[in-house]
Ligand binder design. Sequence first.
Ligand code: FA5
Length: 349
Amino acid sequence: MSTLQEKLTQLQQKGSQDIKAASDLKQLNDIRVKLLGKKGPITEVLRGMRDLTKEERPAVGSFANKVRDALAEVVDQKKAELEQAKIEQQLATETIDVTLPGDQPKIGAHHVISQVIEQLEDTFLGMGFKVVYGYEVEEEKYNFEMLNMPKDHPARDMQDTFYITKDVLMRTHMSPDEARELEKHDFSQGPLKMVSPGRVYRRDTDDATHSHQFFQMEGQYIGKNVTMADLKGTLEFAIRQIFGEEREIRFRPSYFPFTEPSVEVDISCFKCNGKGCDVCKHTGWIEVLGAGMTHPNVLKAAGVDPEIYGGFAFGLGIDRFAMLKYGIDDIRNFYQNDVRFLTQFEKRG
Ligand code: FA5
């Protein structure tokens, strides 16, 4: 073996050792450049071939190429090894513990009043009523005039009103939607069956069962041959849907300008079960809704012939319904937005 070949053999041994000892990719690259680059020892050996005889040259040349290829292969192997180690290290340090509990965002829930509105809507939709939504700021004409309460009618005092202008007011009840729907309805297409939930305003003094703003749902069924028995059956069904069969109800004769005859419906007090307490003002009953057979003047005002069509209407207090259903003894809880109260009714979906 020539001296050059010996030198190459040493280079290969030393080079392999250095390559295998590299601790990272950068170091490996530095070794590769130093060993196999243009200024490296192998190139230098090849340059030294000039001094060899013609006969010696091919053997040394091919030996040098073999050494270079062998070292390049060791570099490749080491490179693959280091890359794999890097990935493994990354995987080990960047693991995510999927079992750790996440940050729970606080999700809101429907207000208890909204929940009762939804239950009522579902109940009436099930009986073939449609749901409509009117205007909180209403014309005096719809709130009173078309409901058989002309100007200076004493019944207007029954609902103490927030006026915005002489003709515009905060609606005091949901009955204006009756007039609006009657005006629009095409009776050749069948009877009018509607409910309308919403917020109403009155200059009432706040106490445990009264608020100056509260919720009502209006209902109306106008068609041919609609009787008081239909009214009673509809209300009884709806009340039992919401409160269960055990709650007692009673109908009392009453007066509303827009119905004749008129009734008021009471439910046995949720707190004392009818014995008498501060919530029911010692009567055992809580008034929850007013109703009656629609007055012919209301039909006439909306252009509906009372000789052909007739029916019933009712207006229920949604807050009172919610109080009865959940045993809440003060209506003001609904409007104070105390989360300790509100979260008791968290029901999603
Ligand atoms: C009316 O508002 C009529 N428009 C209802 C009606 C419609 C009768 C259709 C006939 C035909 P009333 O003022 O009684 O009626 O109110 C109806 C219900 O709203 C009451 O039974 C009560 O449950 C509730 N309510 C009345 N005032 C308040 C108040 N200040 N706070 C909370 N709920 C109230």
